[in-house]
Design a protein around this ligand. Structure first.
Ligand code: TRP
Length: 329
């Protein structure tokens, strides 16, 4: 069983990224063949600073390794080191409908945010993502709800290619992470914690100072009642209960039992903050020395790219042959 996932090289990963994705990546590297890609080619679909991009790739790589990804156990690489992704992306455009891409909600949202310039790359984003996945004959793709539409597109594209040109790709399945923690914004708990949409107070970064984390939880939005229970009209407290459960590896029911009869929210909020600090402390401690050694990070990425490329090249050769490109093999 092979799994593949891509992660954006954004500067600072937050708690939602950690509980929703990164922690699962670590768990899954022992279950099958796991391939993780830092998707720098996707980063240029919106405004970006070339000088910063490489730094961000290092930041993200160091976070992943600090969180427990073992480059000897999985394949961890940088997308732009494997040019097969871009070639396959082009081959896939012939079986991707313009209308399909226009319906992508992420494209619609992001193109509205980019007021002055909407790049063609932003429109093509899901095709490149499909190429990432299909190049590795991926069985399962662990991603959050927000990426389901993109995976559906990748499945359609694979299916269409196979039908039109002959069996070439495995049609990948969506994998819902076993502990699917959906982390919400601490200030606007109806919304997801988000790198771009959340305010500084609304999100907790993996590398935040412990005191900063504690303060953000103390200031988290709750409600006018005092019972620590999950309820649709208590999105803030519900989020904190689920967060504490995820951080401590217990069930939300356990959390509610523990705080039954608590006099108010203050102790609970403090304890959630402490639990999250404890969860993130080892990652933060390991991050510093890892991030300082860029040569070692490069060595990890290059080694990963060599392994990745061996797999992707095989798929691309088949896809080229099927479509009649290049000299006969
Ligand atoms: N679009 C994904 C995100 O924003 C990142 C991504 C790129 C990805 N390529 C991928 C995820 C392939 C899974 C598989 O999170």
């Amino acid at each position: 069983m092979r799994i593949f996932s891509g992660i954006q090289p954004t500067g600072r990963k937050h708690l939602g990224n950690y509980l929703g994705a990164i922690r699962n990546y670590v768990a899954m590297q022992d279950e099958g063949e796991a391939i993780y890609c830092v998707v720098d080619l996707h980063a240029i679909t919106v405004d970006f600073d070339p000088a910063e991009l490489r730094e961000r790739v290092y930041n993200t790589t160091a976070i992943l390794v600090a969180a427990g990804l073992d480059p000897a156990q999985c394949i961890l690489f940088r997308q732009s080191d494997v040019p097969e992704h871009t070639e396959l992306c082009w081959l896939l455009t012939s079986v991707t409908a313009y209308g399909e891409l226009s319906r992508m909600t992420q494209f619609k949202e992001k193109s509205e945010q980019q007021k002055s310039f909407v790049s063609a790359g932003l429109f093509m984003y899901p095709v490149l993502q499909a190429a990432d996945i299909l190049a590795y004959q991926t069985d399962e793709v662990p991603i959050g709800e927000d990426q389901k539409q993109h995976l559906e597109l990748a499945r359609n594209v694979a299916d269409r290619f196979n039908t039109r040109y002959g069996e070439t790709f495995i049609v990948p399945r969506h994998r819902i992470p076993r502990v699917a923690a959906r982390v919400r914004d601490l200030q606007s708990p109806l919304k997801q914690m988000s790198t771009t949409a959340s305010t500084e107070q609304g999100k907790v970064h993996i590398l935040d100072d412990p005191d900063v984390i504690r303060r953000k939880f103390q200031a988290a939005v709750t409600d006018a009642r005092r019972d620590v229970v999950r309820s649709p009209d208590k999105p803030g407290i519900s989020n904190l209960i689920e967060l504490m459960a995820a951080a401590r590896g217990i069930s939300p029911d356990d959390v509610e039992r523990e705080y039954a009869g608590a006099p108010g929210y203050a102790d609970f909020k403090r304890d959630v903050g402490d639990a999250v600090v404890k969860l993130l402390a080892p990652v933060r401690d390991r991050y510093g020395p890892l991030r300082d050694d860029e040569r070692a990070l490069e060595a990890i990425l290059i080694k990963g790219a060599d392994k990745a490329r061996a797999i992707a090249a095989d798929t691309i050769t088949r896809a080229r042959t099927r479509t009649g490109f290049g000299r006969p093999q």
